[in-house]
Design a protein around this ligand. Structure first.
Ligand SMILES: [Zn+2]
Length: 66
């Protein structure tokens, strides 16, 4: 995986510290390291939300389905 953020629109590789494409001016995706960290954080929040959802459903839904 390249460290340089690639523009999603014109596919141009940009320097790491840029936030906008040097060629077309569109905002670049977050830096690779930052993006993976952010993705991990988002995933952990998703897990927390899923756990809370399961607990709520556990108490909300009827217990005995026979
Ligand atoms: Zn571009």
């Amino acid at each position: 995986m390249s460290a340089q953020p690639t523009c999603l629109y014109c596919q141009r590789a940009n320097p790491v510290d840029t936030t906008e494409c040097r060629q077309c001016g569109m905002p670049l995706p977050a830096e690779v390291a930052l993006a993976s960290e952010r993705r991990l954080r988002r995933f952990s929040w998703f897990c927390v939300g899923l756990t809370i959802f399961c607990i709520v459903m556990f108490f909300w839904l009827p217990r005995s389905i026979v």
